[in-house]
Design a protein around this ligand. Structure first.
Ligand SMILES: Cc1cc2nc3c(=O)[nH]c(=O)nc-3n(C[C@H](O)[C@H](O)[C@H](O)COP(=O)(O)O)c2cc1C
Length: 320
């Protein structure tokens, strides 16, 4: 097709061919999905969380389906940075897309150790700092719920790998998400992504026990979308750096909503488990929307929310 609209975006120094990424922990190390789709068509993919040593994660049961999503308490099982670099990165870096490594830790030093090892790795387009996981006892969310600790870990990781664009991933389990966003922005974050999962609970009424061995888990999927969209809108208005919208995105219409709310890119999580090709359908849907609305560049859509007058009541769930 002649005159296709430009879908290119820049997320804090990470150049992407389109604004659609995969969300950490829902796309393995990337290669697992290569038999379902051409990974090079993605704007970027984000690896599962990588720690300084291998982690075995939580005891099962670790996931349970809910009415409009799922609860997980995987506990960030991963192979650790050494095995990731030797065994996975050499293959992943061959793919013609931006590869973003999600980093997790229990202490600031853990995050710093991983960042230092990634600093000189070719084929790592950026780092996503996970300070928002609700499923580990120490680290994760305990950083992301406190503006001072969020700032401290952001600054330490930026210092450890100043050459790699840094996306800081925020938790929705806070009262004032904009305050945390401003704290990480002023501490060196190049972009912000949100939301991670919302803490939830499921109980088996026959045994009266929690369904998950970890007791609580993180809620994701369509149920969280309106909360995620509201938070992305709030944060995009508060900060100057780009925002990656995440949470319940299941079809291109959801993604368009996040872009209108101010997200420069979107990441798709739980929907990959239902349809492993969903990201490609979302890329195509956004492009069609731009053409239909005579927009030549996706940036015309980003942050284009009209708030000066109320619109007619429209459909709130557009997924076909
Ligand atoms: C099974 C599972 C594992 C996840 N693992 C990670 C992880 O390792 N690091 C991280 O930052 N987020 C992780 N997340 C959170 C997702 O990246 C995403 O922020 C969240 O699920 C909301 O998006 P969604 O509703 O599209 O799934 C995980 C989510 C799920 C469902």
């Amino acid at each position: 097709m002649l005159n296709r609209p430009s879908m290119r975006v820049d997320v804090g120094g990470i150049e992407m061919k389109n604004p659609v990424m995969t969300a950490s922990g829902t796309f393995g190390y990337g290669l697992e999905f290569s038999r379902f789709l051409d990974l090079a068509r993605l704007g970027a993919f984000v690896t599962k969380g990588i720690s300084s040593r291998p982690w075995s994660g939580n005891r099962p049961a670790r996931i349970v389906e809910t009415r409009a999503g799922m609860l997980n308490a995987i506990g960030l099982q991963n192979v650790g940075i050494e095995v990731f670099i030797k065994g996975k990165l050499s293959k992943i870096r061959e793919i013609d897309t931006a590869v973003i490594v999600n980093v997790v830790g229990r202490e600031i030093d853990d995050y710093v150790e991983v960042a230092k090892k990634l600093k000189d790795q070719e084929g790592v387009a950026g780092i996503e700092l996970n300070i928002s996981c609700p499923n580990i006892k120490y680290g994760g969310i305990s950083f992301g719920q406190n503006p001072n600790l969020s700032a401290e870990v952001t600054q330490a990781v930026k210092r450890a790998a100043p050459n790699k664009p840094l996306i800081v991933k925020l938790t929705p389990n806070v009262t004032d998400v904009a305050a945390i966003a401003l704290a990480v922005e002023s501490s060196g974050a190049d972009a912000i992504s949100l939301i991670n999962t919302l803490t939830g609970l499921a109980i088996d009424i026959n045994t009266r026990k929690p369904v998950l061995a970890n007791v609580t888990g993180g809620l994701s999927g369509p149920a969280v979308k309106p909360v995620a969209l509201r938070m992305v809108w709030q944060v995009a208005r508060a900060v100057k750096i780009p925002v990656v919208g995440i949470g319940g995105i299941s079809c291109w219409q959801d993604a368009v909503e996040f872009l209108i709310a101010g997200a420069t890119a979107v990441a798709v999580g739980t929907a990959n488990f239902i349809n492993p090709k969903v990201t490609l359908e979302i890329i195509e849907g956004i492009e069609r929307y731009l053409i239909k609305n005579k927009m030549r560049d996706v940036y015309q859509l980003i942050g284009s929310l009209v708030t000066d007058e109320p619109g007619p009541q429209g459909k709130t769930d557009c997924c076909a």
